[in-house]
Write a protein that binds this ligand. Structure first.
Ligand SMILES: [Zn+2]
Length: 335
């Protein structure tokens, strides 16, 4: 297979040499010279390597509401801490130094990002200190309200009431009163129990999982509980309660993601070859998926890179993914 992407393009965006990393350094410099300097934020976070990394973490599921990203919504790269301003605190000026920080990005549906989240970043009830650039080392202890899917044990804090008709989500009973209050505020913030579409999707999934179990199609139920599938928490909690043996393992989740990413990549490559156009949506998708595979290789969920490499080998994709793996490794493993 021919090399699709010139190696000159393989400099990850958010590293020191990347376009995002360089701009972040310039922002710091500008604000050192003038604490009120106006900063601009071009959307380098939409470049293929950043999106590819996020697909490796979330695939096509919104990090906030759990919906499947529809065909016409590639998902927004959402800044968890808003970069330019904070709606709750007009004097803060935003977490500008995190504008090009991968750890501040989540993949989100447009409704969650543009309607619900926007530039909001509320603090927990009682928390008063919002972190500024000079206190940035204390960011981890900031009393943020919103839950983060990778930093917080969200699945242990949310309870899907799948036995009840509406399949609503509530805070887990084992939480302290303060934690329950926080989780309820987050549930309300993202309208998890008020958005008719979300409630209907969870209802349908609950019915499908229960049907699959009733008809002894455990593997179908397992598929719905994979972490990269929409509203998988519903299926997971049903299986944890009714059929523990069908809870997917992390190896199964990784294998599924690799399979779908590879399949989609092969289609995108073929469509790209047919069109012969450069900078087409197919080429963009091809690059994103190659970065996804490279990210999975370097950060395999199972912790075992061989699991990913053997699958790439079987699909005859090692050669094409290799430059992307090497570029990520150079950038993130030995910065
Ligand atoms: Zn969403």
């Amino acid at each position: 297979m021919r090399t699709l992407v010139p190696t000159s393009l393989l400099s990850p965006t958010l590293t020191k040499e990347g376009v995002g990393g360089r701009l972040a350094a310039r922002h710091v410099n500008d604000r050192h010279e003038d604490s009120t300097a106006r900063l601009t934020f071009p959307s380098h976070w939409n470049l293929p390597d950043v999106r590819g990394l996020l697909y490796a973490r979330h695939w096509r599921v919104c990090a906030f509401c759990g919906c499947d990203l529809p065909r016409n919504d590639r998902g927004d790269v959402e800044h968890f801490r808003p970069k330019g301003k904070v709606e709750e605190d007009a004097d803060h000026g935003g977490y500008w130094w995190l504008a090009y920080d991968l750890n501040n990005y989540l993949l989100s549906c447009s409704l969650c990002n543009r309607v619900r989240k926007r530039d909001r970043f509320p603090l927990r009830p009682g928390a008063r200190v919002r972190t500024t650039y000079s206190q940035r080392r204390r960011l981890r202890t900031e009393g943020r309200l919103l839950l983060h899917p990778e930093w917080d044990p969200v699945e242990d804090w949310l309870r899907v009431r799948w036995e009840e008709s509406l399949c609503l989500i509530t805070p887990q009973q084992h939480l302290s009163p303060a934690a329950r209050k926080r989780v309820q505020l987050v549930i309300d913030f993202f309208s998890l129990n008020h958005d008719v579409r979300l409630v209907r999707e969870r209802n349908r999934l609950r019915d499908d999982v229960l049907d699959a179990l009733d008809q002894e199609r455990g593997e179908d139920a397992k598929y719905m509980a994979l972490r990269f599938r929409p509203h998988s928490l519903v299926a997971k909690q049903i299986l944890a309660n009714r059929a523990l043996q069908y809870l997917p393992t992390i190896e199964e989740e990784l294998r599924w993601l690799l399979h779908v990413a590879l399949k989609e990549l092969l289609v995108a490559v073929e469509l790209q070859d047919r069109s012969g156009l450069t900078d087409s949506p197919h080429e963009r998708l091809t690059k994103e998926l190659l970065w996804t595979l490279a990210a999975l290789c370097l950060e395999p969920l199972t912790g075992n890179r061989a699991d990913v490499e053997s699958l790439l080998e079987d699909a005859d994709m090692t050669e094409i993914v290799r430059p992307f793996i090497d570029a990520f490794a150079r950038a993130y493993e030995n910065p």
